[in-house]
Design a binder for this molecule. Structure first.
Ligand SMILES: NC(=O)c1ccc[n+]([C@@H]2O[C@H](COP(=O)([O-])OP(=O)(O)OC[C@H]3O[C@@H](n4cnc5c(N)ncnc54)[C@H](OP(=O)(O)O)[C@@H]3O)[C@@H](O)[C@H]2O)c1
Length: 239
């Protein structure tokens, strides 16, 4: 792919996987617009990244803001949606369903709102790529709620790939990745999960944001990929 002529929007580009994707695509020569809610965090994240990168603050739960943002872009080639929630984990018997509902509101709905409002701006044969999670398919106790959020997104990928063709629609489904997403948990919980993962995963390490960004870049540049959900999980789904 000639990245010099590609304009990419990364929703969630101020942290973690989204930020790693911004760095990768900017280094490849693409023009990248990174979106987050927090201006200071976004400016800090993007400082020092060379190439053609701009940052826009926007809350992707706000449809009017999304419409105004995409309407002002004047055409893009690729959309990457790495928006995250975080609530909704825990054993089902005690699962706080109000928290799970907030988890859907923070991830499922904004990813969909963004995908739909971007359509008029997105090149007809460009690409749209979602970030889901391997919890959708690993039947790991304590992740039924997170699995539901991400499974709902993953179940749409094939249908959207057919309905929106020639636009290509794909997803990357990560396992445990060392990003600021984990800062919402006590440090002891994070370190215990990471220790277990490093001991049990076939690859014997926790994922890095750039591992997932690499998979995302592949889906953007391989024009024969559509309707696919790539597992980028170090083999977690095999355990
Ligand atoms: N890390 C993992 O282990 C892991 C595992 C499986 C799946 N995932 C999934 O991978 C994706 C990326 O996760 P991550 O670990 O990179 O998360 P992260 O480091 O917490 O980054 C999330 C990004 O999304 C932005 N964001 C969230 N809500 C937003 C909204 N309403 N409007 C605009 N921007 C918003 C945040 O910016 P602001 O803070 O400025 O809003 C930030 O840039 C998520 O969908 C997550 O569920 C992560």
């Amino acid at each position: 792919m000639d990245w010099q002529n590609q304009k990419v929007v990364v929703l969630g580009g101020s942290s973690g996987v989204g930020l790693a994707t911004v760095k990768r695509l900017a280094a490849a020569g693409a023009s990248v617009v990174a979106v987050g809610r927090d201006r200071a965090k976004l400016d800090d994240a993007l400082s020092g990244i060379g190439g053609q990168v701009t940052g826009e603050t926007l809350d992707c739960t706000d449809r009017a803001a999304l419409q105004s943002f995409f309407g002002g872009l004047g055409g893009i080639d690729h959309l990457v949606i790495t928006l995250s929630g975080g609530e909704g984990a825990g054993p089902f018997a005690e699962l706080d369903l109000a928290a799970l509902r907030r988890g859907f509101e923070a991830k499922f709905w904004p990813q969909l709102e963004a995908a739909q409002t971007a359509l008029p701006t997105l090149r007809r044969d460009g690409s749209m790529t979602f970030l889901t999670a391997i919890s959708a398919r690993i039947a790991n106790p304590g992740t039924a709620g997170l699995g539901a959020i991400n499974g709902a997104l993953e179940s749409m990928i094939g249908t959207l790939a057919r309905e929106l063709a020639p636009l290509r629609v794909n997803a990357v489904s990560p396992g445990v990745i060392d990003t600021p997403w984990w800062d919402r948990f006590p440090a002891s919980v994070k370190s215990e999960v990471f220790r277990q993962q490093s001991e049990t995963l076939p690859v014997r390490r926790v994922g890095r944001a750039d591992d997932v960004a690499h998979a995302l870049q592949f889906l953007l540049e391989n024009t024969f990929m559509t309707g696919a959900v790539i597992e980028c999980d170090g083999g977690l789904r095999l355990l």
